[in-house]
Design a protein around this ligand. Structure first.
Ligand code: LLP
Length: 416
């Protein structure tokens, strides 16, 4: 089932025409499908049936409370990287005991809060962090459950900005350094060794880097076991890619099946931290064409969403499908550059798109459910977009459009 589809030439989100959403809530507007979120989560859950596991949705991909709520109700856990994300999980009814805390620079205050609410595990990324965590846990008379994030040095073959598992990256520790750190962790009074963790990158479209990483991790599990350090879960991170254009990432089912096959008879509980593969294709961004403009070199469609709303094309040269919400033959047929109102040449959403466009019409930018709104900003003093969640034939406003007055709420002029 595709949650976004054309019916008689009009784009629908589940049972709702998206034009009606823009009519009511304005544009730009993010539109999420509850069914699509649930479907992606179920794909992980079904594929993992019979294997002890925890699916920790990576909150950074889309941290809207309604998104977290929908996933929490279906039994998801969460992967967080800040106290802000932790508080969101709690506010959305998420279970702290099913939450793992990743990130290279957790502060003592963040650690203390995570200990207070009882998270499942800290994914520790350095010796210095382990020491601070031991101290913070000690001051609270607690024991912090940890995994050490290992950098298995495999090439994820994805965009360099979202590749994290190579030795040169800031993330995790090399396999050689992880071993002594585990020995140390096992001796620290306020640390409890729980698991082993890795995350090698995002938007991976092949299985082999995941399998290579898993093999290296399993070798380490055995080495640790030989020293009497038992690893009680394996956290394989997130990273599974999605289809934006013509990519052919493995299906969630095939990805999990390949991992289960590699694990063989081992009875090691698995943790996953998927973000994009849950949320990307569960959301689109609606934007209106303000003007059409022709220069000697280009046809520009100037739209009301900019790089502040969706930065992925500008930041990673990401390609997102852009289509009118009503299929028609009117308008001007050309190769259009779809560009936003922000004062930067890099402010584009798509380039050289063969479309027939009309001033005033609505466009849908697909694949915008992950790393869309969550990476948005107020650059150029633009209030951030509204977000709605469609559920069957109902539309829920899940974040109001920001106001211009709100942009200045925290600011003050100097005293006279
Ligand atoms: N776990 C950790 C520790 C991570 O750093 C990430 C993503 C994930 C899980 C989730 O990965 P996913 O399943 O979504 O690939 N802004 C970029 C993506 C950055 C990903 C950062 N870490 C983009 O828009 O492509």
């Amino acid at each position: 089932m595709n949650s976004f589809s054309y019916r008689d030439g009009a784009l629908f989100a589940e049972e709702v025409a998206v034009d009606a959403i823009a009519e009511q809530y304005g544009s730009p507007c993010y539109v999420y499908s509850r069914a699509a979120l649930e479907q992606a989560l179920s794909a992980y859950q079904n594929a993992l049936e019979g294997c002890p596991h925890l699916i920790c949705y990576a909150v950074k991909a889309n941290s809207n409370l309604a998104v977290l709520d929908v996933l929490a109700r279906r039994g998801a856990g969460f992967d967080i990287v800040s106290q802000g994300e932790l508080e969101r999980v709690l506010a959305a009814g998420g279970d702290p005991a099913r939450t793992v805390f990743s990130g290279v620079a957790k502060t003592p205050a963040e650690m203390a809060r995570a200990l207070e609410v009882g998270i499942h595990c800290f994914n520790v990324e350095s010796a210095a962090e382990l020491e601070v965590l031991n101290r913070v846990a000690g001051s609270r008379n607690q024991c912090a459950p940890v995994s050490i994030r290992v950098n298995p040095d495999v090439d994820a073959r994805t965009h360099p900005y979202i590749s994290t598992g190579l030795r040169e990256n800031k993330f995790g520790l090399g396999v050689a350094e992880a071993l002594p750190l585990y020995r140390q962790a096992a001796m620290l009074p306020h640390i409890e060794v729980l698991g082993l963790d890795c995350h090698i990158g995002s938007q991976l479209t092949e299985l082999s880097p995941f399998i290579d990483a898993l093999r290296r991790l399993l070798r380490l599990v055995d080495e640790l076991a030989a020293e009497g350090i038992a690893i009680r879960h394996l956290d394989l991170g997130g990273g599974l890619g999605v289809r934006y254009r013509d990519e052919t990432p493995p299906a969630i089912e095939d990805y999990i099946a390949a991992i289960r096959a590699e694990l063989g008879e081992r009875e090691l509980p698995l943790v996953f931290e998927p973000g994009r593969s849950i949320a990307a294709n569960a959301g689109l961004l609606l934007t209106r064409v303000e003007y059409l403009k022709q220069t000697p070199e280009h046809h520009f469609a100037l739209v009301d969403a900019g790089m502040n709303d969706m930065i992925r094309p500008a930041l990673y040269q990401a390609w997102l499908d852009i289509q009118p919400t009503r299929r028609h033959r009117e308008g001007r047929q050309a190769l259009w550059d779809i560009v936003g109102p922000v004062c930067e040449t890099g402010d584009f959403l798509g380039k050289q798109r063969e479309l027939s466009l009309q001033q005033g019409e609505l466009l849908a930018i697909f694949g915008a459910g992950a790393y869309g709104f969550s990476m948005s900003s107020n650059y150029n003093s633009r209030p951030r977009a509204a977000e709605v969640m469609v559920d069957g034939d109902r539309v829920h406003l899940v974040r109001e459009r920001e106001t211009i007055a709100g942009l200045m709420d925290l600011e003050q002029r100097l005293p006279h």
